[in-house]
Design a protein around this ligand. Structure first.
Ligand code: ZN
Length: 322
């Protein structure tokens, strides 16, 4: 997973400066959320939720059942639902946390206060306190307390689990509607947990253009995309687990630009496969990165129409809040 920098790279134009990288904030995706789920399981399954302290009342988006119904209940499991983290409590109660872009967890000593302006909520357990923070003035992270499997299902956009489906199910989901690969991979109604960063990584590994239409994939390309999706998500999930085996991720760890990404966040830097500069298509406050040589027969894609296509799908994905 760490091929390092290639020598003989052709371009440093637009290479990311540390300040540019610091501005890359991305929504936690499947590998990141799975990391939180695994770390929380180790810490809070079997523990009673002693109290919930809300620093920002707006973070709680439900009122029935009341939050007080959750206190004193034991955590039976922690699960991922799309890009959400779900605390499964006694009495069919589910605490659903959506981190959105800037929401993060911290694990602190019992009784720790939600820090300054970024603290949203604190969940107290006998062995520690789980803090929910959001380092953004746009407070979009949310907390829902729901009762029953049906109410929980309402929080699921409907996408299939990319690591649990076979090639046939993957292809069926992929080609149900014909759109660009970038749009379909990041559509939470099609696939669960894939966002902007990992879709870039998957498409690079599959050597496919982000704007290729799903209806135009050959069987071979389809199989390549399925395999790349599996390989990229599995490798990063395992890698993050290993990196945080001993400690809970701190501020910035989950947001961090990952220097070993193949293309995402690496505009202008050399492709790790061919050495040519990584390209981008900018849209909204985000961008898609790809290698023109490895993914598009050497042709650059940057143009306004493509930007527009991706902008529309990006905006819609955010509206879906997955
Ligand atoms: Zn390349």
């Amino acid at each position: 997973m760490n091929p390092g920098r290639l020598t003989g790279a052709t371009a440093t134009v637009g290479a990311s400066s540390p300040s540019r990288r610091a501005s890359v904030v991305r929504m936690p995706e499947l590998p990141d959320v799975e990391l939180y789920v695994a770390l929380l399981r180790e810490r809070i399954v079997g523990q009673p939720l002693e109290s919930v302290r809300l620093k920002s009342p707006f973070v709680l988006r439900t009122f029935d059942p009341p939050l007080a119904a959750a206190t004193g209940k034991t955590v039976r499991d922690v699960r991922r639902l799309g890009k959400r983290v779900v605390l499964v409590l006694d009495d069919e109660l589910f605490l659903v946390v959506h981190l959105m872009i800037a929401g993060r967890f911290r694990w602190e000593k019992r009784g720790a206060k939600p820090a300054g302006k970024i603290g949203l909520a604190a969940f107290d357990f006998p062995n520690g306190t789980l803090l929910l923070t959001e380092a953004s003035p746009k407070k979009r992270a949310s907390l829902h307390l729901v009762r029953g499997a049906e109410a929980l299902a309402a929080h699921h956009a409907g996408g299939i689990e990319p690591l649990e489906c076979d090639l046939e199910a993957f292809s069926a989901a992929l080609t149900r509607e014909s759109h660009t690969l970038k749009r379909v991979l990041t559509d939470p109604r099609v696939f669960s947990g894939i966002g902007n960063a990992y879709s870039d990584e998957i498409l690079h590994a599959a050597r496919l253009s982000p704007v290729k239409h799903t209806g135009k994939l050959t069987p071979d390309e389809n199989a390549r995309l399925y395999q790349a999706t599996h390989d990229v998500l599995t490798a990063w999930t395992e890698r993050l687990r290993a990196e945080f085996a001993e400690r809970f991720p701190g501020p910035g760890d989950v947001t961090a630009f990952r220097p070993d990404f193949a293309v995402h966040g690496r505009f202008g830097e050399p492709c790790r496969v061919c050495g040519k500069p990584v390209q981008r298509i900018r849209y909204a406050d985000n961008e898609t990165n790809y290698c023109a040589v490895c993914q598009n027969e050497g042709r650059r894609l940057a143009d306004r129409a493509l930007s527009r296509i991706l902008h529309d799908s990006y905006a819609r994905t955010l509206d879906d809040e997955d």
